[in-house]
Design a protein around this ligand. Structure first.
Ligand SMILES: [Zn+2]
Length: 149
């Protein structure tokens, strides 16, 4: 699959005038306790999570979502080998999630389910995060927009 989609959502110029990690609270919507996404991504996440729950009979497990700029700086300080450079993460646009409970390992039924179904809800696993990618992160998924549906 070609991946031109993210440029439509997250550019160096920002989104609706807001910078990476500087999203105002009213542009973010809650998806789980302590977890927020840009509202269009949150709506799509809700549909994805409902489908996941219907198949696995448990909630879609999420450990991270929108990451404010200050938290990106802090994460880089604590986990320099893992964290994206501040201002470059799609977590800073409220368009990325880190998932858990099986999805965080390649080859599990939960991971395979995501690989098959996520795109139908506008979610993709970026190439760099896939098995064999430049920074393998099975848990990291991004909202690519309604164009995928
Ligand atoms: Zn992530």
């Amino acid at each position: 699959m070609a991946t031109p989609y993210l440029s439509a959502f997250a550019t160096a110029d920002g989104w609706q005038g807001y910078g990476n990690g500087k999203m105002p609270a009213d542009k973010l919507c809650r998806v789980a306790p302590g977890q927020k996404l840009r509202c269009d991504a949150a709506a799509a996440y809700g549909e994805l999570a409902a489908a996941y729950q219907a198949d696995f009979h448990k909630e879609l497990c999420i450990t991270d979502s929108y990451r404010p700029y200050r938290a990106q700086v802090d994460l880089l300080r604590r986990k320099p080998t893992l964290a994206a450079f501040p201002g470059t993460s799609n977590h800073g646009w409220g368009l990325a999630v880190d998932l858990c409970d099986g999805i965080n390992d390649f080859g599990t039924p939960q991971y395979r389910w995501m690989s098959v179904h996520a795109a139908a809800y506008g979610w993709v696993h970026p190439g760099w995060a896939r098995e064999g990618g430049s920074r393998q992160e099975p848990w990291h998924w991004e909202f690519a927009g309604d164009s995928l549906r």
